[in-house]
Design a protein around this ligand. Sequence first.
Ligand SMILES: [Fe+2]
Length: 164
Amino acid sequence: MASPFKKFVQNWKNVFGGLEDPKNKDLLELLAEEYLEERKKAEQLTQHAQELRYRHLRDKLIEIAETEKRHAEKLRELIRKLGGTLPEQKPRISEKGTKPTFQKLIEDLEEENDSYWEILETLFNAEEKGHTELIPELKKMRDEEARLRNELLDILQVTNPYTL
Ligand SMILES: [Fe+2]
């Protein structure tokens, strides 16, 4: 069990976000979470693309993965701009497993959907904290998330094993 002192330090860190500006704490946390999420999506989508039989669908999914990669890079820039540090942990990639590709794509779609809302939350937080310099990039990302979600849905419709 952690000593009372360690607990105290941990609580203090939780409250003040270590050396980061406490004013930006929530926003930095949101950006860091989203940064990991985008990296995870980029990696998973690249993996899942290899499972697609049709070249044009594979290329489309890789293109989506590339956009997610760019989102992660942009988020990294925004975190640094706010004086934050990048999360040390690696994105948690879902295990490859033996799930059908269609099911993996459905999970990708759910993650895209979550991302849309998470970016929206980050956007509201940035507005609330007066970080207007972040707004155009976050809005662009939100719009792109919506587009990617639709593109993924298109891929899903073509690969749907239930449609003949
Ligand atoms: Fe994204």
